[in-house]
Ligand binder design. Structure first.
Ligand code: FAD
Length: 320
């Protein structure tokens, strides 16, 4: 009977969807064991039930005004205390900016290994097998943990959350750890552009490349994203050309996305871009150049001018 700890990720007083995906991943490891969810922040108690509805058996909250915004220091203190008392056999975080920062730090503190950026977890007899992409997504490796804590971060949008059950109940306890001597204090958060749907969790991503030619060139992409309830992303080519903010960059040195639908508009398909989107479930490419590399990973290719094709798609989707 294994006990697995998951960290719920909170953004603007809401649990990010990937929090529920961590519970589903933990379930594969825990089997009939216990899934303990940890919520950290200034006031997080009200989010506990949702974690339970999605499959957590128990929730522990750590509330402190110093934990209002994420700092690796503050979260490590909160987590360290909970891990010491709970002694979980597994720990699952999301492979987000927060998880990527916190997990290696915590793993080193615990003296344990870490499997990062996991896209699949399965059980074969008594062995849990973790799958993760390597070589910028060109291949996948399978890993098993032979000893110590099974500690992994999971890539958003890859592991299906368990079915929500609002009748589920579970214990919620408060952990009163004293957060002290923080070396980092967040004074202000300045958000750049990206209103609306969170790019790394979006089910639909409309991405623009150097082919959009200007900041205004992103307008038709924004319209299509609005109609489909998706988010707008970009290649580094578009960011470097100052057509959009780097917060939108997808790829090896940008965000990794795995939406159900990825529409690449005026993107050539450089390997560094593919590293961030090639695992999308359905890829549509729109490019003037029939030889563009993006067509090699696309499920559907449209050879044409994006300024003609994208508005036509928007009109058609509006009719649905
Ligand atoms: P281009 O390669 O210039 O392609 C533009 C495409 O638009 C062309 O295929 C053209 O045919 C098409 N086009 C032009 N006009 C139209 C039109 N009207 N309608 C339709 N199609 C049109 N790149 C990333 O994206 N993400 C990364 O994270 C990243 N990290 C990198 C890290 C390193 C270390 C290095 C060296 C590079 C990295 N790059 C990254 C850059 C990458 O190599 C490419 O330079 C970049 O992806 C190219 O962007 P692009 O496809 O928008 O531009």
């Amino acid at each position: 009977m294994k006990k697995v700890l998951v960290l719920g990720e909170i953004s603007d007083h809401h649990l990010r969807n990937v929090s529920f995906e961590t519970i589903a991943a933990a379930k594969t490891i825990a089997g009939d064991g216990e899934i303990v969810a940890l919520l950290i922040g200034e006031t997080v108690q009200s989010l506990s039930d949702e974690m339970i509805h999605y499959g957590a058996d128990r929730v522990i909250t750590v509330e402190d005004e110093q934990l209002k915004n994420y700092t690796s220091d503050g979260y490590t203190q909160a987590l360290g205390n909970v891990i010491e008392t709970e002694k979980p056999e597994g720990i699952i975080f999301a492979h987000t900016a927060l998880g990527k920062d916190l997990a290696p730090r915590l793993a080193s503190k615990l003296g344990t290994g870490l499997i990062s950026d996991v896209t699949g977890i399965e059980q074969q007899e008594d062995t849990i097998i973790f799958t993760r992409p390597i070589y910028s997504g060109k291949a996948f490796e399978k890993k098993v943990i032979k000893e110590g804590i099974a500690f992994a971060t999971i890539r958003p949008n890859n592991i299906e959350p368990l079915k929500k059950n609002e009748d589920r109940t579970g214990e919620v306890t408060v952990n009163n750890v004293e957060i002290k001597d923080l070396r980092t204090r967040i004074k202000e958060i300045i958000r750049n552009s990206t209103d609306g749907v969170d790019l790394s969790e979006a089910k639909v991503v409309i991405a623009g490349g150097r082919g959009v030619k200007s900041e205004e060139g992103f307008e038709p992409l924004n319209e299509l994203a609005n109609v489909l309830g998706g988010a707008v992303g970009a290649s580094r080519g578009a960011c470097d050309a100052e057509y959009c903010d780097y917060a939108l960059q997808i790829g090896q040195t940008g965000k990794v996305v795995t939406p159900d639908l990825y529409i690449a508009c005026g993107i050539s398909g450089a390997i560094q871009h593919l590293a961030g989107m090639s695992n999308s479930k359905t890829i549509v490419a729109i490019n003037k150049d029939p030889e563009a590399n993006i067509f090699n990973v696309a499920d559907y290719g449209i050879v044409g001018d994006l300024f003609e094709v994208v508005p036509l798609l928007t009109e058609e989707f509006k009719k649905l």
